[in-house]
Write a protein that binds this ligand. Structure first.
Ligand SMILES: [Zn+2]
Length: 210
């Protein structure tokens, strides 16, 4: 077992002795960030797009948990659950050979919350994490403020991949799949440098995004 995997497993074990507030309803829950009642309301997400996988639909408790992780001040304890959701979604790719994983990069910040989540997931899944293989070249508008057409324009040419990606099978990780414009632009940059195959893994997807 790799060192990081042991560390994350220990952290998870230690967390099981503490109580937290459910990220959705606020009820006290032991060792996690979502209570059993809210967990039962999660809707599994099936992707209609080949080579894409997601865990749940972006609604209800899943949406509240993700918003807490993305924007909340007290967010770190949500990561253990989100990385397990990524692991569940990743099982859809069984048998696929993956050389390494990257996550959607930010322009000016290397260690984003998505970076931390992807790093934990990769340790659990025994996949090498190589975030420096994909870079964002410029600052862009926040995607959720734009229409579908504007989203593609906003991100056009915003990413660049390292030449090392040539011939590699790459897992591309993001938090939410909405129109697919972000992962499309990232995949384009990776394919332009000769990547062999891109598999897209996101924690959640919006209901009508296929
Ligand atoms: Zn709850």
């Amino acid at each position: 077992m790799n060192y990081l995997k042991s560390l994350y497993k220990f952290r998870r074990f230690a967390a099981s002795y503490f109580t937290y507030n459910c990220a959705s309803c606020g009820k006290t829950v032991r060792g996690g960030c979502i209570c059993r009642n809210c967990a039962e309301k999660l809707s599994p997400a099936k992707s209609q797009i080949k080579d894409c996988a997601h865990a749940y639909i972006y609604s209800g408790p899943a949406k509240e948990l993700m918003l807490k992780y993305k924007f909340g001040e007290d967010y770190d304890y949500c990561r253990d659950t989100l990385s397990l959701w990524l692991l569940d979604a990743y099982r859809n790719f069984h048998g696929e050979k993956i050389d390494f994983a990257v996550c959607v990069p930010s322009f000016n910040k290397r260690k984003t919350r998505l970076y931390e989540l992807s790093k934990e997931f990769c340790a659990l899944a025994d996949i090498p994490f190589a975030p420096s293989m994909l870079k964002k070249l410029r600052k862009t508008e926040k995607q959720h403020t734009l229409s579908a057409k504007e989203r593609y324009k906003n991100l056009s040419g915003a990413f660049s991949a390292d030449p090392y990606v040539i011939g590699k099978n790459i897992l591309l990780i993001d938090d939410i799949f909405t129109t697919g414009s972000t992962v499309f632009e990232c995949s384009k940059a990776l394919y332009e440098k000769g990547a062999a195959k891109i598999l897209v893994l996101t924690v959640l997807k919006t209901e009508f995004s296929d």
